[in-house]
Design a binder for this molecule. Sequence first.
Ligand code: SAH
Length: 394
Amino acid sequence: MSQYPKITLHNGKEQPVLRFHPWIFSGAIKLIDTSLNDGDVVEIYSAKQQFLGMAHYQKGSISARIISFSKQAINIDFWTKKIEKAFQFRQFLNLTNSPQTNVYRLIFGEGDGIPGLILDFYNGHIVLQAHSIGIHKSRYDIAEALRKIYGTQLLSVYDKSSETLPSNYASTIQNQFLFGDCNQELIVLENGVNFYIDFIHGQKTGFFIDQRDNRALLGSYSKGKRVLNTFSYTGGFSMYAAKNNCDVIHSVDSSASAIELCNNNAKLNKINNHQGFAVDTFDYLKDQGKNYDIIILDPPAFAKSRDVSHNAVIGYKRLNQMALQNIKKGGILFTFSCSGVIDKKLFYNTVTAAAIESRKNLKLLHTLSQPADHVITPNFPEGEYLKGLVFYVD
Ligand code: SAH
């Protein structure tokens, strides 16, 4: 079988691929045997003509992303097998049939062996986000595979890729349902807490599923506490604090629509000690001495590339300093970074530097990461992006 065009690598460049790293950088490529279009499926070979994998080609610094390390046709059968494997792992994690949780990440790109694909499951509805053109070109086959796997449990598949693909390609597509629709208000359950989901208008795929375990941990500290949740979005952490009988919960987000959803989520969960503020977190924290027992900082990625990581460090330091000024003695700081280019050590050093300048003593309670459905594998360490630290503040 060789129905696909071939890419041959320079001598030695097969090494990372033999260790199952799925990216082929442009500099590794010696020869492309025919003219290719972005999104084409190709076969990758070493300089000695050893088959290495099937990949999606896309011109750029990462020129090919391997979707299979064995030779096979890329069709509905292929997608079904791949996604079924990921589904089985979520079954193992007790996410697919839980009375407490019906929102989870089904495919996390490279972590699930499918670079470029994100699939999030929201109580019967799946949002597909393609980060490569090859994945987007396969979207109908992927939707078909999902129908085979979920059967009547699947109500819709919505393609939301217009923000995640290169602009020249994205301008030719529209976000749309690939199957079914979602006309009613969608409510999901996460660890027994209810949330409205608006995946069409909301940020990313609609909800930050990656904080599930960390929200539960926050809940366990919240009883009787005055809690501030900054960068709250639709109130993930806030609802857990309230459900666990905090004294007061304040949510702060610069997006008015996020705060509106936050307030609606509070109503949905019959919470009456919640207040939302549609303001900038840096402004909100400016006056010192607000005396919270717990502050949560979960900002968007301050750095998307290494060139700006220095500015990001300054941003994280300032933010953590401002939060520490507003936490009571004996309180707790929950602080996060989702910038891939800020590693664990640098984040830890940044937060502790903020504490030194604020003249606060910290005691480390927890180091946090992403939940297991946001799969981290040894062959793709780049997949670990969420870092969290929980400190007791003196
Ligand atoms: N913690 C949230 C997810 C946070 S996403 C959850 O568990 O769901 C980051 C949020 O920060 C977004 O909602 C965005 O609107 C908000 N944001 C970005 N910059 C901000 C700023 N300067 N002040 C307040 N909110 C901001």
